[in-house]
Structures are given as C-alpha cells and as structure tokens.
Design a protein around this ligand. Structure first.
Ligand code: DAT
Ligand code: MG
Length: 139
C-alpha cells in the first residue's frame, strides 16, 4: 500500500481549456484507478497552504494566484509505483522539456501554467490527498 497512491490536480489552465476529459482518459489508460475525485476552486489561502514548501521561491505569488484563479479537478490515484509512474506520465515541470506524449507536453502552456500536479513522494501523496479529501470521499 505504501507506494500505491499519488495525488493530482488538473490545474485551472487545463480545466478552462476543456482538457479535463482527455487528461482523465489518459490517466485511466495508463492504469491508474481513481479513488477520490472532485471539481473545486482553491481560495488564495488554501493554494498558499498547499504550495507552502515553495513560499521562498520567486514564483510563489504567481503560483498562488494561478492555482486559485479558476476551478481545478483534484483526485487521488492508485497504482503500483504510483508516484514515480505518474511523474513519468505527466512529464517535466517545464513543458518545453517534457517527453513527447506526456500530459504536460500535450496540454501545458508554460512552466507556471503546466496543466497538472503530481505528488513528488509517497509521504506527500498522503498529505496532499488528506488536504483535499475527507475519509468518506475516498473509495
Ligand atoms: P512540479 O509541479 O513538477 O512538482 P515544482 O514542485 O518544482 O514542480 O513546482 C511546483 C509548481 O510551481 C509547478 O508545477 C509550477 C510552478 N513553478 C515551478 N517552477 C517555476 C518557475 N520557474 N516559474 C514559474 N512557476 C514555476
Ligand atoms: Mg512538486
């Protein structure tokens, strides 16, 4: 179970551009099971809390503004080796460096508005999933 979960958000740019369905289809085709999912909008305070680890970075303000600018789709995903496999599926943070065919190569606009989030560790996947979902919302 320890390495079977990751957390994702389809970010405001991709939701606004109408890519939600295509991205969810790509995630499902790659063998991930959705165990929780919702469409929601982060307040600036909630976005700031989610990305608190980046608060000293020069792009933090921009990141918080962007992530609270419109609806997102948040989800918990299950698969063996979920964190690593999902990072491969989404590609590099900067879409100009992302492998062809990855979600960011296909749908991201730039390094800031990059279509999707993926957890960077098993520990953070659990923290991020719990940040967005109550126990009764996980299946
Ligand atoms: P990732 O989302 O690939 O885990 P990260 O954790 O380093 O990347 O950064 C979190 C988010 O912050 C990233 O998805 C988009 C934004 N970001 C990162 N580097 C940036 C930069 N150089 N300029 C603007 N936004 C950036
Ligand atoms: Mg990260």
């Amino acid at each position: 179970m320890a390495n079977n979960i990751t957390f994702t958000m389809i970010k405001p740019d991709a939701v606004a551009a109408g890519h939600t369905g295509a991205i969810l289809a790509q995630i499902a085709a790659a063998g991930f099971r959705i165990s929780a999912m919702k469409m929601t909008q982060l307040s600036p305070a909630k976005a700031g809390e989610f990305y608190e680890v980046h608060k000293e970075r020069p792009f933090y303000g921009e990141l918080v503004d962007f992530m609270s600018s419109g609806p997102i789709v948040a989800a918990i995903l299950e698969k063996t080796n979920a964190v690593e496999d999902f990072r491969k599926l989404i590609g590099a943070t900067d879409p100009s460096k992302a492998e062809p065919g990855t979600i960011r190569a296909l749908y991201a606009k730039n390094v800031g508005e990059n279509a999707v989030h993926g957890s960077d560790s098993d520990e953070n996947a659990l923290i991020e999933g719990a940040f967005h979902f109550a126990g009764v919302e996980k299946f």
